[in-house]
Design a protein around this ligand. Structure first.
Ligand code: PEP
Length: 245
């Protein structure tokens, strides 16, 4: 049985008091839920504060990104070893990093390996652009994104977040059936890289909200969600966690 996982990606939102309030409010609403893994991914600057707040609640903390080297002269970057003092998970390959910052599949792969080396679990985000979806090449794109990380061998825990880029932050979620088809495809691909496909959790991400999440979580190959916008509203985020329970 795969334990459902609901992760909130706060992106570059929240000032210090908003981060504190949001985390406290989430803690008070979901800390009694033990059959869902809840992961909060605040901006780097609030990681320590949020980590302290969720201590001993069962809620975990994740980072939104990392650098791929452990230490060195890399001005402005954050080491996976620094993150490992407070994080259990790190998102790598989020579409905003791939398509706004320009991260390549190779960079994402280096980051994923660095996260695993530091003893954390990467949440590897994959997904096609709208044009690629329209061209019918979604599987090819996702397959290449997976291969960049897994083809050289992978023997750590990993979570895959399937996030069609056209559904992120647009209010236009994929259909549950389409997300399920893609998740099943991803699961199949995992076994071709020697991973135990039954154990790897696959999340859906892209405009998940209280109105549509039930349909996604009911799908056979979808084990939870990576949530952006709705993770900034404690009440709605808590409802998503309850739906996964
Ligand atoms: C995301 O940032 O990963 C995401 C899925 O955002 P949203 O839920 O706002 O579409």
């Amino acid at each position: 049985m795969r334990k459902p996982l609901v992760a909130g990606n706060w992106k570059m939102h929240t000032d210090s008091s908003q981060a504190q309030d949001l985390a406290s409010s989430i803690v008070s609403r979901v800390s009694s839920v033990t059959d869902v893994e809840v992961v909060l991914c605040p901006p780097f600057v609030w990681l320590e504060r949020v980590a302290k707040l969720v201590e001993e609640t069962g809620i975990l903390v994740g980072a939104q990104d990392t650098f791929w080297e452990d230490w060195g002269a890399y001005t402005g970057e954050i080491s996976p070893l620094q993150l490992s003092e407070m994080c259990s998970y790190v998102i790598v390959g989020h579409s905003e990093r791939r398509h706004i910052i320009g991260e390549t599949d190779e960079i994402v792969a280096r980051k994923a390996r660095a996260v695993a080396r530091a003893g954390m679990v990467p949440i590897l985000a994959v997904g096609e652009l709208e044009q690629e979806y329209k061209e019918g090449i979604s599987k090819e794109i996702v397959s290449n994104q997976l291969s960049a990380v897994l083809a050289d061998g992978w023997d750590h825990e990993i979570v895959i977040a399937y996030e069609p880029v056209w559904a992120i932050g647009t209010g236009l979620a994929a259909s549950a059936q389409y997300a399920q088809d893609m998740a099943a495809f991803i699961r199949e691909q995992l076994s071709s890289y020697g991973l135990n496909q039954e154990r790897v959790r696959i999340l859906y991400g892209g405009s998940v909200n209280r109105g549509n999440f039930k349909e996604f979580i009911e799908q056979k190959d979808i084990d939870g969600a990576l949530v952006g916008g709705a993770s900034l509203k404690a009440e709605e985020f808590a409802e998503l966690v309850m739906m996964a329970s």
